[in-house]
Write a protein that binds this ligand. Structure first.
Ligand code: AQP
Length: 354
């Protein structure tokens, strides 16, 4: 039985300062995957319009995300790094997916509810349709694996639903054009054009929480800069933010069960574990019984040692805009060729006259 070629795709929005959550939840995983996989990493600038329509420095923001990818260790020659708007096939497929997806599915998206807040009627149509464009970003390359933070899990389930509905709605056309692949989903044999996408979520910090409130996600849009470690923060800022990070008065437990009901302690231990490529259990085996006055300095040293070289390289790359722009252009050309191949097939499957 034929199979889809394994391909990794993921994206990051150019919507402000990248933070430790973006790094541990996404970018660090992108780097780890590149040795054994074909990878496409995208700066999703079309998505950035859903958060805020007018950006003062969109170009600078796009370059800074590309710089973060490369400074973190992604090889843009071996893999593909580009910005989404340079490959218009994403938007074309998103339109078709808008017609595949159901409004009821979109209504269930918790990120839309969170971001739209109480004034839903005034939210943009783009914010509502965001998951459909995200599905197109992934499926325009027929990507099979998507490394993301835990907050994107629901969007990836929707991507699977969209792919499955497209495969079923157009099943006769897919057979007629001979473009499908026979796969097994669960126990079921399926003739599919789009693959069932596998989310790659996991590790000790799949959802890094705010340093001010362990029940809220660390986020670019949090009004308090003290809530997050930005990738551009220097050692002093990192140190200050971790020192001020909210904790509880108890010592760290010796085992992970002891983190239950202690969201801030759980978050800091998860961050330490992710930064040191260890499990939370390992970290607690070392620090169990210690106060935060001992644990926080160790965490600060680890975070500074890990992030400082990345920050320095990001600054260097961002000063060389011609180099970054050339990388993005080259990436867009290679991504565009792949996306156009898919879209040619999709246009045939849908039945457009060409
Ligand atoms: N706190 C987080 N913990 C783990 N992973 C996270 N990601 C984001 N926040 C965390 C992951 O980072 C990748 C890129 O995210 P994005 O910037 O494209 O969108 P986002 O999830 O909306 O990020 P923010 O920082 O929360 O931005 P705002 O404040 O604008 O909403 C994704 O893989 C995401 O899961």
């Amino acid at each position: 039985m034929a199979e889809f070629q394994p391909l990794v795709f993921s994206g990051v929005q150019p919507t402000g300062n990248l933070h430790l959550g973006n790094y541990l939840g996404a970018i660090r995983k992108f780097v780890a995957l590149q040795d054994e996989h074909d990878c496409i990493y995208c700066v999703v600038d079309l998505h950035a319009l859903t958060a805020q329509l007018v950006h003062e420095d969109m170009k600078g923001q796009i370059r800074s995300i590309a710089a973060a990818f490369i400074a973190s260790g992604i090889d843009p020659k071996k893999h593909i790094v580009f910005n989404q708007s340079a490959v218009p096939q994403h938007a074309e497929l998103a339109w078709i997916f808008n017609c595949v997806a159901r409004i009821g599915w979109m209504n269930r998206m918790t990120q839309f509810k969170d971001k739209a807040g109480k004034d839903r009627e005034n939210a943009s149509l783009g914010l509502f349709a965001y998951p459909s464009l995200m599905a197109a970003d992934i499926l325009v390359y027929r990507a099979t694996h998507v490394p993301v933070g835990d907050d994107q899990k629901q969007h990836l389930e929707l991507t699977r639903d969209i792919a499955q509905k497209f495969n079923i709605d157009f099943s006769e056309h897919i057979r007629r054009t001979g473009l499908g692949v026979d796969i097994v989903v669960g126990e079921e044999p399926v003739h599919a054009y789009f693959p069932p996408v596998e989310p790659l979520i996991g590790g000790p910090a799949p959802r890094v929480m705010s340093l001010r409130d362990g029940t809220k996600k660390m986020s670019k849009s949090d009004a308090s800069d003290l809530s997050r470690i930005n990738l551009m923060d220097d050692a002093d800022a990192i140190s200050k933010k971790f020192r001020k990070a909210k904790t509880d008065p108890d010592a760290l437990p010796g085992e992970t069960e002891g983190l239950a009901g202690r969201p801030e302690a759980d978050n800091l231990v998860g961050i330490y574990a992710a930064l040191s490529d260890r499990t939370k259990a390992d970290v607690l085996a070392e620090f169990g019984g210690q106060q935060f006055s001992v644990f926080k300095p160790a965490l600060i040293d680890l975070a500074v040692a890990t992030l400082s070289p990345i920050t320095a390289e990001m600054r260097r790359l961002m000063d060389d805009t011609r180099h970054i722009d050339a990388i993005l252009r080259d990436g867009a050309e290679r991504a565009g060729a792949r996306a156009e191949k898919t879209m040619n097939e999709v246009r045939d499957i849908v039945g457009f006259l060409r």
